[in-house]
Design a binder for this molecule. Sequence first.
Ligand SMILES: C[S@@+](CC[C@H](N)C(=O)[O-])C[C@H]1O[C@@H](n2cnc3c(N)ncnc32)[C@H](O)[C@@H]1O
Length: 295
Amino acid sequence: MLNEKHKPVLVNEVLQYLDIQPGKTYLDVTFGSGGHTRAILDKEPTCNVIAMDWDEITLERFGQELLPLYGDRLKFIWGNFALLYRVLKREGIQKVDGILADFGTSQIQISERPGLSLFKDAGLDMRMSPPHQQETAEDVINQVSEKTLADIFFTFGEERHSRRVARAIVEQRAKKKIKTTTDLVAIIDAVVPTTQHNIHKATRIFQALRIYVNRELHNIRAFLPAALRALNPDGRIVCISFHSLEDRIVKHYFKEQHDLGVLEVLTPKVVRPTLEEIAENPSSRSSRLRAARLI
Ligand SMILES: C[S@@+](CC[C@H](N)C(=O)[O-])C[C@H]1O[C@@H](n2cnc3c(N)ncnc32)[C@H](O)[C@@H]1O
């Protein structure tokens, strides 16, 4: 597992829309296992990348192996992209020529971070960066009201049986604290009817909890204006989403900034992976890319 990497998605499209140029500096705010960062550095031998991630373990593990390859063309920053303005100020970085954000979690985090995989018995943690976050999924499951639970499942998981699951959780926790992924899966399994879809009954609930615990949508909303402030004129911003809620935030923000004369939207239609890419990497299936240029 240690050597396995997250497969980067839409790599050619990222390079095309970032419009990589000699001597320019690019900021990859979601370094992950470095697939996109490497592609940028390899595309143009004189460009630089500042690579950021809030998962210190990921940054350490995959950053180490890139340093000898790219030397001082590559710089790492540990931080939350929601706080981009503050983080760049702290690091003394003024402006960059392109920013890439590939939102969500990597396949490695899903399989290794406690609580993210419903197929692995673990404590209900789900935090991607514990130093940046206090509340765990266990806190949420055992403490918030039945209505809030139902809202979380419905809003972030589009779960049709959100109320039924919330009720079952509240009944169960009155008897005994819910502590593990296995406990939670059993509760969901008992109340969600089996459907034809070939996803696990608990998938949507786990996704909703992960988005809520990690404040994923809030982080994107905070990131976008900070990213525009950090771009040089003519600089590009490229965002990859995996969830329609994420994509909607990017789409609306780009449209709003276009109407204000700040951005030129380079992707009037959202860009999706080709059939070849999906065949090669099935997890790229729901990725969508949007790009814009600072006027
Ligand atoms: C889909 S992966 C990125 C994969 C990467 N592009 C690659 O080629 O390997 C998303 C990454 O974003 C990071 N991330 C998620 N939310 C973040 C945030 N608010 N601030 C910084 N990094 C974040 C995660 O820790 C994860 O490593």
